[in-house]
Design a protein around this ligand. Structure first.
Ligand code: HEM
Length: 411
């Protein structure tokens, strides 16, 4: 396969897009740098295509086709093995997490129970805490004059925030934050399994406490929810909480890293946003369209059907490439370009998903991103990438940046 890199103009030279799709895996680190060139070429040729990777799946890259699959829960289930969001949780494959991996009425009941914790008003109440955490982290960083912002900033803040949203006390939040970082930074399977076990045991303890002494916090509501006449079992709850923590922190951390990379690479955009902070709202929304932190999640076909003309059979797994939908030339003008002044009143971008599983935490994510970016730009003037640094993009279920080595002026 030969790819000519270079934005919207990228073409697959002399290669059938169906062949490119056949060898595409979102979990292959090699796809990250040119992911949207590759996905664009596939989308323009065949918006629904088969891949032979990862034991075979159907790669969906077109806007209309992704939206249809996300909205038709009677044909496509959110419970999928090995491709989607649950793939980021290690060691808990066998349990089903009620919120994320169930459909229809069961999922609606859960969603109704939890959504009061994720309204715009509830998200706004977190802003002060997010600001305080950002300031504390930055206060420590400022004297150093240089750091990798991924490890030192963007991964420090969101785990504490999601811990607070769940209802954990301050020390428990700090524990959670440290241990989820250990889990996702693990370099070997053994390390990951060990970190995963410690983390799961901690959550089991929190769950048991709330079975006997519910407090009305989010975790208590999850633990004591009566859905279909029963409460969820421990393993379901542990997996659901792990996914809630992953949904709340991996996404926001990587979205913040992607945002910072854009601001570091485009000084005039950074100056514009610093001088007109009200534009941050538009910046965050365009970022989630252009390069969403949730890049691709899965669905399982439950009945014989068609999508984009392709016949599908029960058990077929779909991979919905949300970021590719957001650049679909049939829907978005100039979709391969980041435009701060883009009019978002037209078709809704799919960076927050679509249908019944559309991101529950989007209002919280918007608040976190705005506060994290505002505080960082204010605290570290003259921020720039370290000279000679190469920044590696990541891609998979989650899209982000591996490291951001930067320097700043010391006051
Ligand atoms: C920039 C940050 C974020 C992005 C781009 C994002 C994106 C998404 C997307 C695309 C989905 C749908 C997945 C699918 O249908 O397969 C989703 C679902 C979800 N997100 Fe987010 N998300 C972000 C931050 C957050 C935060 C901070 C939370 C807080 C807990 C959160 C909680 C959830 C939950 C609970 C779901 C599942 C909803 C359901 O199954 O009904 N997300 N997110």
């Amino acid at each position: 396969m030969v790819l000519e890199a270079g934005g919207a103009a990228a073409q697959v030279s002399g290669t059938d897009p169906a062949d490119v799709a056949w060898s595409f895996s979102h979990l292959d680190p090699a796809v990250a740098e040119t992911a949207y060139d590759t996905l664009g070429a596939i989308r323009r040729g065949c918006p629904v295509a088969r891949s032979g990777e990862l034991d075979g799946f159907v790669l969906v890259t077109g806007y209309a086709e992704i939206r249809e699959a996300a909205r038709a829960s009677d044909r496509f289930s959110a419970c999928v093995d090995g491709l989607g969001a649950a793939a980021v949780v290690t060691g808990m494959r066998e349990a089903v997490a009620p919120m994320f991996e169930t459909d229809d009425d069961h999922h609606h009941q859960w969603r109704r129970l939890l959504q009061t914790f994720f309204t715009p008003a509830a998200a706004a109440t977190q802003a002060q805490y997010v600001r305080a955490v950002c300031r504390e982290v930055l206060q420590e960083l400022i004297p150093h004059g240089a750091a990798d912002l991924v490890g030192a900033y963007v991964r420090q803040v969101p785990p504490l925030v999601i811990g607070r949203v769940l209802g954990l006390a301050e020390l428990e939040r700090a524990w959670l934050s440290e241990h989820v970082r250990a889990l996702y930074n693990a370099e070997t399977l053994t390390e990951a399994q060990q970190a995963g076990r410690i983390y799961a045991d901690f959550l089991r303890g929190q769950i048991h406490q709330r079975r006997t002494h519910p407090t009305g916090d989010l975790l208590s509501v999850m633990v004591n929810a009566q859905v279909d006449g029963r409460t969820a079992e421990d393993d379901e709850l542990v997996k659901m909480t792990m996914l809630m923590v992953a949904a709340g922190h991996l996404t926001t951390a990587d979205a913040c890293a992607t945002a910072l990379l854009r601001l570091l690479e485009d000084t005039s955009l950074r100056e514009h946003i610093t001088s007109a902070p009200a534009t941050l709202e538009a910046f965050v929304e365009e970022l989630v369209r252009y390069d969403p932190a949730v890049a691709a999640t899965g669905r399982t076909v439950t009945t014989e059907t068609h999508l984009g003309g392709m016949p599908l059979f029960p058990g077929d797994r779909l991979l919905l490439a949300w970021g590719s939908a957001n650049r679909d030339e049939r829907v978005f003008d100039d979709g391969d370009h980041f435009r701060l002044d883009r009019d978002h009143s037209g078709p809704q971008h799919l960076g927050w998903g679509a249908g019944e599983h559309r991101c529950l935490g989007r209002h919280l994510a918007r608040v976190e991103l705005r506060v994290m970016l505002t505080e960082l730009l204010r605290a570290l003037p003259g921020l720039r990438l370290q000279s000679g640094a190469t920044v590696r993009r990541t891609f998979g279920v989650i899209r982000g940046v591996a490291g951001l080595p930067v320097r700043w002026e010391q006051q």
